[in-house]
Design a binder for this molecule. Structure first.
Ligand code: NAD
Ligand code: MG
Length: 394
């Protein structure tokens, strides 16, 4: 029996993970559920999934969580605070962690799970963008198996052979990775036409149903940029061997090309339960609730085009940060998170997201970093930089 901690249980990935887990009551159990601040949603999940532990990240909500669990007659133990999430992720209550907190807030619990040698089904790409070298080194040291759940990386994981029977992939003979991108809701539009788009338009993704932050990232193509950095760390592939191809149908989830001219791809309907089933079951295949792919029913076409770097400058910014190394990816990520929050709050326009990330990289992206504290400082400086720019703009 795999005992699973679902971190970010009330989110989009959390819901997909719990759906897969509930299909396998004899193999999988959701034993720890963690969420940010939505107590009612967390209690409802505890009612359905009966975990031993529930954690709310916001410490002030501890009393409310405990009381509502008791009112609901659920025997789940209540906890609060980010540290409690880290401790439960690393502790005996689970052997597998679904890392699905959004943003840099997910780094500590991801690292805690990796250091404790857990199976980590990793959705939280920001932790790899921020501290990919540290996370991957910690996994090598502890023996933790990181199975990427981001659909593109999950596709690549499935296309590359295993090294030593572990989650680590064998990249010998690999020529390049090709990450596919849906292109988001604004594919085909010019830069100028994007000036006045609203958060509602940006969040209305044509193929995937996801949380608000990653939906905006998909609209700016920053999501693909973050994924290039994520792929670099997960598979140890240099940026010049990672390409991006826009594929509007979102059926081919990514491709790997080998030196002999072979290209392998993984295909499937755009439903994250497939990747989560791989993350939870690997090396076994689990029923996920996702139907097989009928290409004729899907229109019988697979289209590909090059990304528009002019309309969507975030993709180039991410490549720039990856090549620069040091503090740059952490700065890119933090500036983007802060800018996306401001866009969702209607404080800035869509094009300001990329402009703010660029100016923050100019100001703070040049530093070297020695350790986690250095990365946290780069993250803090980048957030402060964007916040100052927002205040000046008022
Ligand atoms: P979401 O906004 O739907 O859910 C986020 C979850 O994180 C919620 O449960 C929220 O309560 C929790 N959370 C937020 N701040 C927290 C904090 N400080 N401490 C603890 N919990 C906190 O987001 P999502 O779409 O599920 O995405 C989650 C992660 O998975 C992101 O990193 C995203 O990039 C990645 N991802 C998502 C998808 C997708 O299809 N949704 C695909 C690939 C990767
Ligand atoms: Mg993805």
């Amino acid at each position: 029996m795999r005992r699973v901690a679902v971190l970010g249980a009330t989110g989009s990935i959390g819901a997909s993970a719990l759906d897969v887990i509930a299909r396998h009551p004899h193999q999988l159990g959701a034993n720890v559920l963690a969420a940010g601040r939505n107590v009612d949603a967390l209690v409802a999940l505890c009612h359905t999934h009966r975990p031993d532990h529930a954690v709310i990240a916001e410490p002030a909500l501890f009393g409310e969580l405990r009381a509502k669990l008791a009112d609901a007659g659920v025997p789940t133990q209540a906890h609060a605070g980010m540290q409690a999430i880290d401790e439960l992720a690393a502790g005996d209550a689970c052997d597998t962690v679904v890392a699905a907190i959004v943003g840099a807030a997910g780094l500590d619990s991801t690292l805690a799970a990796v250091r404790a040698g857990k199976r980590v089904a990793l959705a939280n790409k920001e932790s790899l963008v921020l501290a990919g070298e540290l996370v991957m080194r910690a996994a090598r040291e502890s023996g933790a198996d990181i199975v990427p759940v981001d659909s593109e990386h999950n596709a690549i994981f499935q296309c590359l052979p295993a090294l030593d029977g572990r989650a680590t992939r064998d990249t010998r003979g690999l020529r390049r990775l090709v990450l596919t991108a849906s292109g988001g809701p604004f594919r085909g539009r010019t830069r100028d036409s994007l000036r006045d788009v609203t958060p509602e338009q940006a969040i209305a993704h044509p193929r995937w149903s996801m949380g608000p932050k990653i939906s905006v990232d998909s609209a700016t193509l920053m999501n693909k940029g973050l994924e290039v950095i994520e792929a670099h760390h997960l598979f140890g592939v240099a940026p010049e061997h990672i390409d991006v191809l826009v594929h509007p149908q979102s059926l081919v989830h990514s491709l790997v090309e080998f030196v002999d001219g072979s290209t392998l791809a993984q295909l499937g309907l755009p439903d994250m339960r497939t990747a989560l089933a791989v993350g939870l079951g690997w090396p076994e295949r689990l029923e996920s609730g996702v139907a097989g792919l009928d290409l004729l029913a899907q229109g019988g076409r697979l289209d590909f085009e090059t990304p528009d770097f002019d309309a969507f400058p975030c993709l180039a910014l991410a490549f720039r940060a990856l090549r620069a190394g040091g503090a740059a990816p952490a700065v890119l990520n933090a500036a983007n998170e802060t800018a996306v929050e401001a866009f969702l709050a209607r404080r800035i326009g869509f094009l300001d997201i990329a402009a703010l990330v660029a100016s923050t990289l100019d100001a703070h992206g040049g530093g070297a970093v020695a350790d986690l504290d250095g990365l946290r400082e780069a993250d803090r400086l980048a957030r402060a930089h964007v916040t100052r720019r927002l205040e000046h703009a008022r």
